[in-house]
Ligand binder design. Structure first.
Ligand SMILES: Nc1ncnc2c1ncn2[C@@H]1O[C@H](COP(=O)(O)OP(=O)(O)OP(=O)(O)O)[C@@H](O)[C@H]1O
Length: 297
């Protein structure tokens, strides 16, 4: 569906994208993760033909990116692009006209899109009367109204409360079940874990790691991560090194990568003579992988 090969972009002598490669298959939800300034928006702008790359190839449905491919893409930018005093329906009508939708099918597409985002009952409500989560769903509806092949959701849940976040996640799952191909950028690693079939970790304009969550988990050779609260961290680390356990600090938390899932008493037995205030166990999560990939490259 979307293929990006060796994409390069510089501003002056600052390289913002460096040989970026990325491929999204039809029906996939691809999560592009990266810190502020990693190059996500630049990549999106090039995909949408709003910005020219210095080098590289991008195709959408095997067509090189051009004015013609714009119609294949729907974008829901981070900041809602809505007219707040207009109703949901009027907003969609406005954008449907920009996309040049046929008058005869326009109303049906608007109704179908409002149904898809679960807002048909609020069709006539001014956007400013809706909750933040509903407004974000109208923003996504704008990206869907012309029935694109690829939808780009730029940080779709940033700034929303947890209830509204669940609604957006549910909507993304529904779109995926309908076969929509989605490129999602996010800072929220649990969001990517929940929703994405494939995840790309972007830093300094390069994809450092890519794959399904299961594939990425192989980057950390551990069955379990154990966080130890102890007043004797140095001693605990020295013991762990004898066993060949890797240790990491996640914030202030001292963690060890364990090669097997042991009983709690067996884990504690690995640290004889160490005073342990608390112990917590976690599976390998995307946050561990993200930190590993971005801190060691
Ligand atoms: N027009 C521009 N001129 C010069 N530098 C730019 C321009 N646009 C972006 N940059 C730089 O390019 C880099 C990548 O920016 P980009 O907006 O793509 O990052 P991002 O991953 O989308 O970050 P964020 O999460 O903050 O939106 C940043 O260092 C940014 O300062």
């Amino acid at each position: 569906m979307l293929k990006i090969k060796n994409l390069n972009k510089s501003y002056g002598n600052r390289k913002v994208l460096q040989n970026l490669n990325l491929e999204i298959n039809p029906g996939e939800v691809y999560g592009l993760l990266g810190a502020n300034g990693a190059g996500k928006t630049t990549t999106i702008n090039i995909i949408c033909n709003l910005l020219k790359a210095d080098q590289g190839e991008i195709t959408i449905n095997n067509l090189p990116v051009s004015e013609a491919t714009k119609k294949l893409i729907g974008i829901a930018p981070q900041e809602n692009l809505l007219y707040k005093t207009l109703s949901c329906q009027e907003n969609l009508k406005f954008f449907a006209d920009i996309y040049g939708l046929d008058q005869s099918t326009r109303q049906k597409q608007i109704t179908d899109t409002l149904t898809a985002v679960n807002l048909l009952d609020r069709a006539k409500s001014p956007v400013e009367t809706l909750s933040g989560g509903m407004q974000r769903r109208v923003n996504i509806a704008v990206a869907l109204v012309h029935q694109p092949k690829l939808v780009i959701l730029d940080e779709p849940t940033t700034g929303l409360d947890i209830e509204a976040r669940y609604e957006i996640w549910e909507l993304i799952r529904q779109l995926q079940n309908q076969g929509m191909t989605i490129l999602l950028t996010t800072h929220l690693l649990d969001e990517a874990e929940r929703l994405c079939n494939k995840i790309g970790i972007l830093k300094n304009g390069q994809i450092l790691a890519e794959g399904s969550l299961e594939e990425l988990q192989k980057l950390i050779p551990a069955q379990e991560i154990v966080v130890l609260k102890t007043p004797q961290p140095e001693e605990a680390i020295a013991l762990a090194q004898e066993y060949g356990f890797t240790h990491r600090y996640y914030g202030n938390d001292l963690a060890f990568w364990l090669p097997e899932v042991w009983d709690l008493k067996d884990i504690i037995a690995k640290f004889p003579g160490i005073s342990i205030d608390a112990i917590s166990r976690q599976p390998v999560r995307l946050e561990h992988i993200y930190l590993e990939v971005t801190n060691h490259n």
